[in-house]
Design a protein around this ligand. Structure first.
Ligand code: PEP
Length: 255
């Protein structure tokens, strides 16, 4: 891959200020692995504190609203994430698609709003267990990518370094059931074809991350797989001890 591998932790709805100590320890680990790009997406409440506490890692949001401001109780805009110190945002996570009824069209609108606000975007796609068992994984994920991708104009025409896709099979998230490496390669190839169809040659250079029960034990094989540009990590990003091992799997310790 032309890019540094991108290892991103999604803390979901976990963490109070006491957990900033873990973020600091993760930051120190990231500094020892400069060939790896590392990000952490804490809950909204910790973004500012984390951004002020770390140096070597990017801090991101887990979602944003499509509007810049307005009467949207409980929501947070991309501009607000930026103001709090975030540099990226995750959109279309399956927990938002399933739990909050987010459609591909909404995910696309959120991605475009985030890019316009100057944030990078990690856009999540992935099939359910039924879809995989029904032999529809490639078709479903291909359709999700086609319908969720932001227009390049939202990033002033250049998405380089601004957009990554996270392929996260829903059945692998938080279950301990990791996808087979061969299947990950096939699915990443499918996503790559769609990126090329949408953006042409620049689509070849966008990162595609794998997510779903990544841990210290399986990270080396997954990250070495063809077309895998990094990992989106939930549970194993919550402690420095487990996340550090995944960062180490992505690049050498140069500390
Ligand atoms: C996720 O929430 O994006 C995720 C991949 O979670 P986990 O690593 O816990 O499966």
């Amino acid at each position: 891959m032309p890019n540094r591998p991108f290892i991103v932790g999604n803390w979901k709805m976990n963490g109070t200020r006491a957990m900033l100590a873990e973020a600091r320890a993760i930051d120190r680990a990231a500094a020892r692995h400069p060939s790896v790009a590392v990000g952490l997406a804490p809950p909204f409440t910790l973004i500012n504190g984390m951004a002020e506490a770390v140096q070597a890692i990017a801090v991101g949001g887990q979602d944003c609203h499509v509007a810049a401001s307005g009467a949207f109780t409980g929501d947070v805009s991309a501009a607000m994430l930026d103001d709090a110190g975030a540099s990226f945002v995750i959109v279309g996570h399956s927990e938002r698609r399933a739990g909050h009824g987010e459609t591909d069209a909404l995910v696309k609108a959120k991605a475009e709003a985030a890019l316009k606000a100057g944030l990078s975007v990690i856009l999540c796609v992935g099939e359910t267990a039924d879809e995989r068992d029904g032999g529809k994984a490639e078709a479903v994920v291909g359709r999700q990518v086609d319908a969720s991708l932001p227009a390049a104009e939202a990033a002033n025409g250049s998405l380089a370094g601004k957009l990554a896709i996270a392929y996260e099979p829903v059945w692998a998230i938080g279950t301990g059931r990791v996808a087979q490496v061969d299947d990950v390669v096939i699915m990443h190839r499918t996503v790559r074809e769609r990126l090329f169809a949408a953006y042409g040659e620049p689509g070849e250079r966008l990162r595609i991350l794998y997510g779903g029960s990544v841990n210290a034990g399986n990270a080396i094989d997954l990250l070495a797989a063809e077309g895998v540009g990094g990992a989106l990590v939930g549970g194993a990003s919550l402690t420095a001890e487990s996340f550090r091992a995944i960062i180490a799997a992505a690049g050498p310790d140069e500390g």
